[in-house]
Ligand binder design. Structure first.
Ligand code: ATP
Ligand code: MG
Length: 362
């Protein structure tokens, strides 16, 4: 059953993604309710109500389920037990299986390869012996990543023909934490696909974005991504296959490496709206946030077509402090997240510059 106008959407997580979801929901006539332990969080500032509970607090989850006609989430580290509990009590989208996979890089990569979405080579690493033999298999290079809780490049280390002593020194910090070693990919560029799937299985993708990182954090997303039509089509088809396999409902992001020979490898999936899709607010009639709300509400998906070329740039830490005063930003779509405190590496806002569309470019 499609949600009526005026229905309430529960959102787990009070960050900027929750804020933008709540704003999109409000524009469609919905009410929103945020579950987030932090006071005065970015999402609660623009929502109708705020339950200040930990994400695994049963009383908080029950209150959210009672208050909401559908519940969704804005980050992938929502405890799976909480998501499963909600699935029994109310409607939760995206499904808890998507959360579960995206929380563990090993399980995620096994799943992706099983559904025909190729990833970089990888090995499970539980101790230094596993690491040494995995590095040997990759000619001495690779990226070590914690299986859980990594974000913005945190929980990662790179190896490039290091000595055994160096490897031991680097590994010390990871010892006792479940990890994977990934093959180091010499990519030509990174792209992502933001796509939506509704309750009936209809699918709609935005044009891929070209993503450039700085110090492990997304710096810019550029659309068109500058890849061939066939790379763009293959990336979108791969995302479609993954989402069908998960009986996914909502917006999902898939990050890809485009290798120098034009082949595609999936880096990771995010079962939520995504930073590399922020440009859709400025470049499309229906943004990723509206699209997610439409999908989970049982409304028809919007049109994912874009009307402009876009470059989205993140404002990190102090960069956001004077962004609103800069003349050069006056022609851009500025978005600030209402975070009280700026810290180095913290995402504080972004802006999107738009320009006329270069036809036929993905
Ligand atoms: P984010 O939160 O930005 O998505 P994350 O912490 O989840 O980051 P990843 O996406 O796995 O981590 O890696 C961050 C970045 O590190 C990638 O976007 C890419 O630039 C680089 N990277 C990750 N894995 C590899 C790899 N196997 N080979 C080469 N570069 C890599
Ligand atoms: Mg990533």
């Amino acid at each position: 059953m499609a949600l009526q106008q005026g229905a309430t959407i529960g959102i787990i997580g009070g960050g900027q993604l929750g804020r933008m979801l709540a704003m999109a929901a409000a524009r469609l006539g919905f009410r929103t309710c945020i579950l987030e332990p932090g006071k005065d969080c970015p999402a609660a500032q623009v929502a109708n109500s705020h339950f200040e509970y930990a994400y695994d607090d049963e009383a908080g989850l029950q209150a959210l389920a009672r208050a909401s006609d559908v519940v969704t989430y804005e980050f992938e580290n929502v405890p799976v037990a909480a998501a499963r509990m909600l699935e029994k009590q109310c409607v939760l989208y995206p499904p808890s299986r998507a959360l579960e996979l995206s929380q563990d890089r090993l399980i995620e990569k096994d799943f992706l390869n099983e559904c025909g979405a190729k990833t970089a080579g990888y090995f499970n690493v539980e101790n230094i012996g596993d690491l040494l033999s995995a590095l040997e298999a990759f000619d001495g290079s690779g990226v070590l990543k914690t299986r859980r809780f990594g974000y913005d490049g945190k929980g990662q280390a790179r190896f490039n023909r290091n000595s055994e002593t160096e490897i031991g020194d680097i590994y010390r910090e990871f010892d006792g934490t479940a990890c994977v070693l990934e093959e180091l990919i010499d990519f030509e560029r990174e792209i992502s696909v933001i796509a939506a799937r509704d309750r009936s299985g209809n699918f709609c993708a935005y044009d891929p974005a070209w993503n450039v990182h700085r110090e492990g954090i997304l710096h810019t997303s550029t659309i068109p991504a500058g890849v061939s039509q066939s790379v763009a089509d293959t990336a979108i088809e791969t995302s479609h296959r993954i989402m069908d396999e998960l009986s996914y409902v909502g917006v999902m992001a898939t990050e890809y490496f485009v290798t120098c020979d034009g082949s595609l490898l999936v880096n990771e999936i995010a079962p939520r709206v995504h930073n590399s899709g922020h440009w859709t607010e400025a470049g499309c009639l229906v943004s990723q946030f509206e699209q997610h709300i439409r999908a989970i509400a049982g409304w028809p998906l919007g049109d994912g077509l874009r009307h402009s070329d876009c470059v989205m740039e993140n404002l990190i830490g102090a960069e956001a402090e004077s962004a609103h005063l800069k003349q050069e930003n006056a022609a851009a779509m500025l978005h600030l997240y209402g975070k009280k405190e700026s810290r180095p590496g913290r995402k504080m806002g972004h802006f999107t510059r738009v320009g006329p569309m270069q036809k036929n470019l993905k």
